[in-house]
Design a protein around this ligand. Structure first.
Ligand SMILES: Nc1ncnc2c1ncn2[C@@H]1O[C@H](COP(=O)(O)OP(=O)(O)OP(=O)(O)O)[C@@H](O)[C@H]1O
Length: 656
């Protein structure tokens, strides 16, 4: 078995190639400046430099100046720092390895460059120089080496860490920079052609070595047997739980959004299920019209023990609408764009790993919201429902950008709507008074964190038995900045990153004492039956908490439910259904026995198992596709409306 130190040694071993690279570069430098200096092609290098010097033009000089700037010491350090900080701060899970890869590539290349120039003396070309000549040797080019390490490193991250075809375009643009810098150094008379070639080799080899050491996938140790985590004994079970993992589960339905869950991931899901002993597995694919596929037919046809949802929040929402209150557990394979429920529940970001961890864990009860309105048939949500700014942002996010940039597509869409006019609305919480308000956006949340851990609703807990509401009404640029600063501070201080199980079930209305550190939360409780609420960020954000929220808009507004567009309308009513949904969650998220906020449900008891064939769906009342699932595009089964959802047109529009 690979030990931790053994794995670390395996990772660092390629770094031993760096001294070898240094020796080879020094050898090449000594050859170029010594015995090979008067031989072709080195003998012709002066002509190349003279040709560039004789063809200088004003525009070309300006371009070369820019290229020199972005590859200069200051430029490279600045861009590297910004990218490293962004890699650590922006994604939900800090990209430490990628940040270290980028920083280490640039630093190692610079160190090698310095050590090479200590051993190789080469004068600059004998043409006029457009930059002050630094004291270092002309061989190799430091600008070119640094640009390869930095922009080549960014291209590597784009190709290996982004999704969609645009990553290749981004990588191609980044890869144009080093050759362009190389030409600019020749043009400016600062290097011989062999210097820039040396810089290219130095940067590229350093990048390869560091990339191999830090980014190359390593063989993982076999997963521990179910019921054990990392080889340690199982955690003590909390009261009420009769078993963790899914060993008692017999019948599994996998709901797969075919566009979000590619065949490769589907295969990984199959493998994980087999590893956890789930052999009776039925697959159903979603379509735009049937966002949970034939799940309803399967649940109607016989007992389903576990539903595995491979998709984004929209697919999870549709399945949760079907399963809420049924006692059938749901496991999330987060492969959509936002995956906010998975993020808020602290599931691993890697889809197959999320399922693997969850199946070793426990069944936990979380709340769902039930939302309705004019033209919006009652349906459930697990994340957030809203109107105004966030709804138009969801509506107008380009599918092409979503495929290439992921959740950044929503940011692009949001920027386009920053100037939208505010809505006039009235809000009624529980049985309180109707309160008039003006807002750009209203969001009702079961969970509170957005991408990157931005705590839009810092007090929202999926197990609180309540819904949290935020109204966004910034006045002018200052208001927007105050709101953004407030949310960023919350993100930095890690609010809303607490996984489920650390909240307070049944917490009552907020009092204003729980504001993000560093901000002034203004507690305001309206007299008599008025709602408990708090204002922050110069009044740009106003928070409420309730079991039932009834919002009426003066005019028709865009609405969204868990990131799916709903028809426009003038009303949004949401009510919490406490603990209505059973979710299979990793064991580390289980509540401690002293804090049983999230109720752990027994796994299905391994009832005396009939002979295997008797367990199979094919022999139970079969769904319309003959029990074969529609993995292979079988016939479409009629779908009954979700439990508690009146038979009416689909409430939610297809995503754009
Ligand atoms: N086969 C399909 N083809 C086209 N659209 C589909 C298909 N299956 C489901 N949909 C639509 O996709 C939407 C649900 O997508 P989902 O939310 O799961 O993924 P996402 O948008 O990538 O992720 P997220 O909600 O996390 O941002 C629904 O609007 C549904 O109607």
């Amino acid at each position: 078995m690979t030990t931790g130190s053994g794995a670390a040694a395996g990772r660092t071993r390629p770094l031993l190639l760096l001294p070898l690279l240094w020796a080879l570069m020094v050898g090449a430098g000594l050859l170029i400046t010594g015995p090979a200096a008067t031989r072709w092609p080195l003998s012709a290098e002066g002509d190349v430099n003279a040709w560039f010097a004789g063809h200088r033009t004003r525009p070309a000089t300006s371009v070369s100046e820019w290229l020199t700037l972005i590859a200069s010491t200051e430029g490279v350090i600045g861009v590297t720092l910004v990218c490293v900080v962004a890699l650590v701060v922006l994604p939900r899970v800090p990209r430490w390895r990628e940040a270290v890869f980028l920083g280490a590539s640039v630093a190692a290349q610079s160190a090698l460059f310095l050590f090479i120039t200590l051993c190789v003396e080469r004068p600059r070309p004998v043409v006029s120089h457009l930059d002050p000549a630094p004291p270092t040797s002309s061989f190799p080019s430091g600008h070119v080496g640094a640009s390869v390490a930095l922009y080549g490193g960014l291209a590597t991250l784009a190709v290996t860490r982004l999704r969609g075809p645009w990553r290749y375009v981004a990588a191609a643009v980044l890869l144009v920079v080093p050759p362009a810098v190389a030409v600019s150094r020749l043009y400016r008379g600062m290097h011989h052609p062999s210097d820039v070639a040396g810089g290219l080799v130095n940067g590229a080899c350093t990048l390869l070595v560091i990339g191999y050491a830090l980014l190359a996938p390593r063989e993982r140790p076999a997963p521990p047997p179910a019921g054990r985590e990392g080889g340690r004994p199982p955690l003590p079970r909390s009261a009420g739980s009769t078993g963790g993992g899914v060993r008692g589960v017999r019948r599994v339905v996998v709901v797969r959004h075919p566009l979000a869950c590619a065949e490769k991931l589907a295969q990984q899901v199959r493998d994980v299920l087999v590893r956890h002993g789930c052999t009776d597995v039925r697959w159903t694919s979603t379509t735009a019209e049937r966002p949970c596929g034939d799940l309803a037919a399967y649940t109607a046809a016989g007992r389903v023990d576990l539903v595995v949802v491979c998709g984004g929040d929209g697919t999870v929402r549709a399945c949760a609408d079907e399963l809420a209150g049924s006692g059938t557990a749901l496991a999330v394979v987060p492969c959509g764009t936002g995956n906010l429920l998975a993020r808020n529940l602290g599931l691993p970001v890697k889809p197959a790993a999320a399922l693997d961890r969850a199946l070793s864990g426990d069944r936990v009860r979380i709340d769902v919201g039930r939302v309705s309105g004019d033209g919006l048939a009652p349906t459930r949500f697990t994340v957030m429902a809203g109107a105004g700014f966030d709804a138009v942002m969801v509506r107008d996010a380009s599918p092409r950008l979503k495929a290439s940039l992921g959740w950044l597509a929503y940011v692009v869409s949001a920027v386009r709507h920053l100037g939208d006019p505010p809505m006039r609305l009235s809000i009624r919480l529980d049985t309180g008074d109707v309160v008039p308000r003006r807002a750009r956006m209203v969001v009702i949340g079961n969970v509170g964190a957005l991408q990157g851990g931005v705590p839009l609703l810092p007090d929202a807990r999926p197990d609180s038995g309540r819904l949290e509401v935020v109204l966004l009404d910034p006045s002018g640029a200052v208001g927007w900045l105050a709101a953004a600063a407030h949310l960023l501070r919350g993100m930095m201080s890690g609010r809303s990153r607490r996984p489920a199980g650390t909240g307070t079930r049944g917490r009552r209305g907020t009092t204003g004492t729980t504001g993000t550190p560093g901000t002034t939360a203004t507690p305001r409780t309206t007299p008599a039956a008025g709602p408990a609420r708090r204002l922050v960020a110069r009044g740009a954000l106003e928070y409420f908490s309730a079991v039932r929220v009834d919002i009426r808009f003066a005019g028709s507004q865009a609405r969204e439910v868990d990131g799916d567009c709903a028809v426009e309308g003038t009303r949004l009513v949401a009510e919490v259904e406490p603990g209505a949904l059973l979710v299979q969650l990793p064991r580390s998220l289980r509540p401690a026995a002293s804090r049983p906020y999230l109720r752990t449900d027994p796994a299905p008891t391994a009832a005396p198992a009939p002979a295997a064939p008797g367990l199979r769906c094919a022999e139970s009342p079969a769904p319309a596709d003959g029990g074969q699932g529609d993995r292979h595009a079988g016939p479409v089964a009629p779908v009954r409306p979700g439990r508690g959802t009146p038979a009416s047109p689909a409430p939610l529009g297809r995503k754009p």
